[in-house]
Design a protein around this ligand. Structure first.
Ligand SMILES: Cc1cc2nc3c(=O)[nH]c(=O)nc-3n(C[C@H](O)[C@H](O)[C@H](O)COP(=O)(O)OP(=O)(O)OC[C@H]3O[C@@H](n4cnc5c(N)ncnc54)[C@H](O)[C@@H]3O)c2cc1C
Length: 407
């Protein structure tokens, strides 16, 4: 049996789900499909933290509030942070950012990806949106003015417009031949949660070590501030060595790498190791096709911006489609879809380039570069206006914002 829709979203991860919710009540027949079961687990407050977390910006918070998802996140578990402290492990340069510098209450929230995903799915299950679980896309081709998609179980779907929200290894991108520019960071990220002897003080900490950035992101449970999510980016061989250590050895290595900044590392949860690759699609759109989120771009986690960029993609694309529908335009028209690309690509590219530059700057070892970078950090730390600009950028409140990201 063949199913038809006006618009098919492939991938019900955080970004695809947000887009589907942004298009509810549009009058469009939207079908959201995912290869996974899309089930929501009852939330257990005492459960260990999930290893994958995201630092959600104020812009993402606003989008999720408008979509009716934010309450579902806060009622589960979220950890606000007010400050950020960054320093160079091979020098004395450091910089501190604070929410108070821009009269904001917080810089953002650290939220487990599972929590965001479950809150989104709760809303989706409440809405009148077509949701197809266990639907893995295997093939797709043009059929007249439509796309014809074939799932792993043989079902077929037809629509004039397909949105790829199927993540970094996007099947849609591969099957439609969208070219990417990609390069290996030669970094793996070890992610897990750790308990430390000193409280995190609602601060996101980032130390640039010789091998890559190490972040301690504050987590909160029962008002306690002794757990952090860590993202430790390092060379593949060092990551392999660290993954092979027992828990006690790993805690000691982590404490050393973090200069004991939060005291003793007392406990570590199971660790995950993720290879890091930067990827950017050369075009986000084609006739009847648009790419959003990690399907369009993946960025080094040092920025903590991946899903924030994805939520902005979803909000802008929804805005473009709703405006075009109101004008009676054909949504699959590449001219319509290009409006989304024009608004998002320059911003995403600029951020990716900035992160790439930062990553290289902190990897550089020659003495003059180290001196410059430490002096630069100290100088910027004394410049409140420059810091406030950076904070506003991190909050996601600068630039061409879609209505969903506005207060
Ligand atoms: C170590 C690490 C730390 C990070 N920290 C942060 C952070 O602090 N802040 C931040 O903003 N971002 C962070 N990110 C990035 C963030 O996790 C990603 O940007 C985000 O998960 C992308 O969401 P997405 O919905 O685009 O893709 P995904 O989450 O990958 O979702 C894709 C969905 O598509 C489905 N799918 C895939 N293939 C198919 C198929 N063939 N058929 C049907 N369905 C399919 C999958 O099941 C999945 O549900 C981090 C990333 C890493 C690696």
């Amino acid at each position: 049996m063949e199913m038809r829709a006006d618009l098919l979203i492939v991938g019900a991860g955080m970004v695809g789900s947000a887009l589907a919710l942004a298009l509810q009540n549009s009058g469009l027949e939207v079908l959201l499909l995912d290869g996974s079961p899309l089930s929501v687990k009852p939330f257990d407050e005492q459960a260990p933290f999930e290893p994958r977390v995201s630092a959600l910006s104020a812009a993402s918070q606003r989008i999720l509030e408008h979509l009716g998802v934010w309450d579902g996140i806060v009622s589960r578990r979220s950890s606000p942070y007010t400050d950020m402290h960054v320093w160079d492990g091979s020098g004395t340069g450091q910089i501190h950012f604070s929410a108070t510098s821009v009269h904001a209450e917080v810089l953002g929230h650290i939220v487990e990806n599972r929590v965001v995903q479950d809150a989104l799915l709760d809303r989706l299950h409440d809405c009148d949106l077509g949701l197809l679980a266990n639907a893995r896309l295997e093939r797709m081709r043009r059929s007249g003015d439509d796309w014809l998609l074939t799932l792993a179980d043989g079902r077929t779907l037809r629509a004039p417009l397909v949105i790829a929200a199927d993540g970094a290894n996007s099947a849609v991108r591969r099957l439609t031949g969208v070219a990417t520019r990609e390069w290996d960071y030669m970094h793996h990220a070890i992610v897990t949660s750790v308990r430390s002897s000193k409280p995190h003080q609602m601060t996101a900490w980032q130390r640039f070590t010789d091998n890559g950035p190490l972040a301690f992101l504050p987590l909160e449970r029962d008002g306690q501030q002794d757990w952090c999510s860590i993202v430790w980016s390092t060379t593949p061989s060092e990551a392999e060595r660290l993954m092979a250590l027992d828990d006690e050895g790993f805690c000691k290595a982590l404490e050393r790498a973090f200069e004991g900044c939060l005291g003793t590392v007392l406990r570590v949860d199971p660790r995950l190791c993720v290879p890091l690759r930067q990827r950017h699609a050369k075009r986000y759109v084609a006739e009847g096709l648009a790419l959003i989120g990690d399907a369009a771009h993946t960025i080094h986690p040092l920025a903590g911006q991946g899903v924030n960029l994805g939520f902005l993609d979803a909000a802008v694309l929804a805005e473009v489609l709703l405006q075009a529908a109101a004008r009676g335009e054909r949504l699959a028209d590449v001219k319509v879809l290009s409006r989304y690309e024009r608004r998002r690509m320059p911003h995403n590219l600029a951020l990716m380039a900035a992160m790439e530059g930062l990553e290289r700057l902190f990897q550089a070892d020659p003495l003059p570069v180290r001196w410059l970078r430490n002096t630069g950090l100290k100088m910027v730390d004394q410049m409140p206006e420059a810091k406030a600009l950076f904070v506003r950028e991190a909050l996601g409140l600068i630039g061409d914002l879609p209505a969903l990201a506005k207060a």
